[in-house]
Design a protein around this ligand. Structure first.
Ligand SMILES: Cc1cc2nc3c(=O)[nH]c(=O)nc-3n(C[C@H](O)[C@H](O)[C@H](O)COP(=O)(O)OP(=O)(O)OC[C@H]3O[C@@H](n4cnc5c(N)ncnc54)[C@H](O)[C@@H]3O)c2cc1C
Length: 446
């Protein structure tokens, strides 16, 4: 156990202000957990060091970009779980409803320091910047969504996994230490009773996701249990079975990671402890691929448009944009899984009904959208829009990088062909050659 959070995770803004005020305010944005929450630990350390009580605040935002009933429900189950844990641990907290910069701004006037966890998406950055504009105290942003802090791993956008991998692997062991869970905090002005917070959550759930309960699916407890179960039953064969849609042996941890209900640090530390043949392949996904995605959204301001693509990829796609297409579907036909391709329809149905598509099928799903849509921009927008509407783990750096990968990002040129140009191609015969697709079709097809 490391006593303090690695300095490389902490970015201090407004350092000219003294640390003086009624509380150390931790704005829990995207790390909804107590375990290996470096931002919470750092806030608690500041609280102890300056002898100022700690107050954790969680915002419920009705207008969160691209949020759906499904995403609100998963998020709320995480909030329900984390406030229980905070109450159990005796840590003062408050739940507020409203847009983050306004809600946080109203608490800032009494804050000695604002600590928050980092998420490198555009709207999170804008909120943080709005808070910094009104703060008259230091603001500490703590990177706890990744194992290796993004700018420590590399100070510019990585062209591919090959560039980032050796840097991540070299730094990995340095960033895997557990961090302490805070001690109970003193009474602080503004903290809330659990019953009051639950009441607020219930009212919010009734408005944003009517008919659903906020206890379904997510939360730190469920995340740790799912991780434990995967590590004990499937990690040992992850290297050989992870690509097979019919075996479905992957971890199903992406939504927990997305909502910060599970730390990748906890996951990788436990995976290393479990060991076995699948470990290397699992580290490749959770650390290399996932942190390549964080590097992408952190350094590429166009992460959600075709402008993010390398020039070879956009050039080849534009050169083939007017190629004849055997099939063209509208976004509505795609959404309704009304294509000629049973595998694609099964993937789309899996997503619409369960909020998740198997990893290998996500690649196939995206490649076909590129093939069956009339322009590059429309294909890109369609893939992102469906992904972000239906995947529980959508609106994540991985989703932006995954869609960009379909169009050539982080990849290399392949053999030239119609429509795709030199972008990597996938087809149904490839699926049939590699896997027995029968069980996947049986489960998710009509
Ligand atoms: C078109 C497309 C869209 C995608 N959309 C999303 C998305 O919205 N949200 C999302 O989290 N992932 C997305 N991915 C990445 C990946 O497919 C999913 O993370 C993975 O399938 C989730 O299932 P799992 O947790 O069972 O994965 P596992 O195979 O068990 O992997 C464990 C973890 O490693 C990470 N990981 C695995 N594969 C990748 C990858 N290719 N890139 C980055 N990280 C990876 C994820 O955090 C995942 O939870 C997308 C990929 C593509 C090609």
């Amino acid at each position: 156990m490391s006593e303090s959070v690695a300095a490389e995770r902490i970015h201090v803004l407004g350092s000219g202000y003294p640390i003086r005020g009624a509380y150390v305010l931790y704005w829990m944005q995207s790390a909804m957990r107590l375990t290996d929450n470096h931002a919470l630990s750092h806030a608690a350390q500041l609280s102890a060091h300056h002898d100022i009580p700690l107050l954790v605040v969680v915002c419920l935002d009705d207008t969160y970009p691209d949020a759906t009933d499904r995403s609100h429900t998963w998020f709320l189950s995480g909030v329900s779980d984390v406030i229980l844990s905070l109450a159990d641990a005796g840590i003062a907290f408050q739940v507020v409803r409203g847009s983050p910069p306004d809600s946080i701004a109203s608490l800032l006037s009494e804050a000695a320091v604002l600590v928050t966890d980092d998420k490198p998406l555009r709207h999170h950055r804008a909120w943080l910047s709005a808070c910094c504009d009104v703060a008259t105290c230091p603001v500490h942003v703590v990177e706890t969504a990744v194992v290796v802090p993004v700018s420590y791993a590399m100070e510019r956008e990585a062209y591919s996994a090959a560039v980032l991998r050796p840097r991540l692997m070299k730094a990995l062991s340095r960033f895997l230490d557990p961090v302490p869970v805070p001690r109970p905090s003193r009474k602080v002005r503004g903290d809330m009773e659990l019953t009051e917070a639950k009441h607020l959550l219930g009212a919010y759930a009734g408005d944003v996701a009517p008919g659903t309960t906020h206890s379904g699916g997510g939360g730190e407890r469920a995340a740790l249990s799912q991780a434990n179960s995967f590590l004990h039953t499937a990690l040992h064969r992850y290297d050989t079975c992870r690509n097979d849609p019919s075996q479905d042996c992957t971890s199903h941890l992406s939504a927990y990671l997305h909502y910060g209900q599970l730390s990748p640090v906890t996951l990788i530390r436990d995976a290393i402890r479990s060991g076995g043949r699948g470990l290397e392949a699992f580290i490749e996904q959770v650390v290399v691929r996932r942190e390549l995605a964080f590097n992408f959204v952190h350094f590429n301001k166009d992460y959600d448009t075709v402008l993010s693509l390398p020039s070879w990829a956009s050039q080849t796609l534009l050169a083939h944009e007017n190629d004849a297409r055997e099939y063209i579907y509208t976004i509505r036909e795609l959404e309704a899984a009304e294509t000629h391709d049973p595998y694609w329809n099964a993937a789309q149905r899996q997503m619409v009904f369960s909020g998740y598509i198997h990893g290998y099928m996500r690649m196939y799903w995206g490649k076909k959208i590129l093939e069956w849509t009339s322009s590059l921009n429309e294909a890109y927008h369609t893939a992102l829009s469906l992904n972000n509407t239906y995947e529980i783990d959508g609106r994540d750096p991985n989703g932006y990088a995954g869609v960009a990968w379909v169009f050539g990002k982080h990849d290399r040129p392949w053999k030239e062909r119609d429509i795709f140009g030199t972008i990597r191609y996938m087809n149904d015969r490839g699926l049939e050659r590699k896997f027995d697709m029968g069980p996947y079709l049986q489960t998710h097809g009509l």
